[in-house]
Design a protein around this ligand. Structure first.
Ligand code: 5GP
Length: 190
């Protein structure tokens, strides 16, 4: 069956498992393309420039803003993050399933600019589970974890604005749900 290009936003609190789910989606669905955002935050150990993010200083980020190079950008956890305009539309036009893993502010901005975008929310099984996962990940200090938990409260309160919500309790089950949803949109009549 012919597949049409789509734009998907994947949002959810830090630690809900969005990154792992997108990684698994990329392995399971060949025409999925995940956009790489720009950020002013520092790379975590193991993160590679151009793969996980385009890491920029404030001046570099300002330059992209002045050139209208972002489809959307937002302050998240005290840093700036933005979706680069280049490539996203090209990939949709090529018939691919374009994934933006962005926060809830970004999700709202994308829905306004691209009303046909599909908004997917990934929720943790509980608030406590989220805290445990963030602590276990060990990549953030106490202060940062606190900030992320505060943001998580706001994000969870906005999940009703999303088209669909998957609870990432069981990773395999959440992966299957995400894969089925993306395939269903791709196979919708043109
Ligand atoms: P992290 O620092 O953990 O990689 O990401 C922090 C948050 O920023 C996550 O909620 C992530 O979805 C969001 N984020 C990443 N890239 C973008 C982007 O381009 N735009 C927006 N609005 N949020 C983003």
């Amino acid at each position: 069956m012919a597949r049409k290009g789509n734009l998907f936003v994947i949002s959810g609190p830090s630690g809900a498992g969005k990154g792992t789910l997108v990684h698994r989606l990329l392995q399971r669905v060949p025409d999925v393309w995940a956009s790489v955002s720009a950020t002013t935050r520092n790379p975590r150990p193991g993160e590679i420039d151009g793969v996980h993010y385009y890491f920029m200083d404030d001046a570099g980020f300002d330059r992209v803003i002045s050139e209208d190079g972002f489809i959307e950008w937002a302050h998240v956890h005290g840093h700036r993050y933005g979706t680069l305009r280049s490539a996203v539309q090209d990939h949709i036009d090529k018939g691919e399933q374009v994934i933006l893993e962005i926060d809830v502010q970004g999700g709202a901005a994308i829905k306004e600019k691209f009303p046909k975008a599909h908004l997917i929310f990934i929720a943790p099984p509980s608030f406590d589970a989220l805290y445990e996962r963030l602590c276990k990940r060990g990549t953030e200090d106490k202060d940062t974890i606190y900030k992320r938990m505060e943001t998580a409260k706001v994000e969870l309160s906005l999940k009703n604005r999303y088209d669909i919500c998957f609870v990432n309790d069981d990773l395999d089950q959440a992966t299957d749900q995400l894969v089925s949803y993306v395939n269903a949109q791709a196979e919708q009549m043109m």
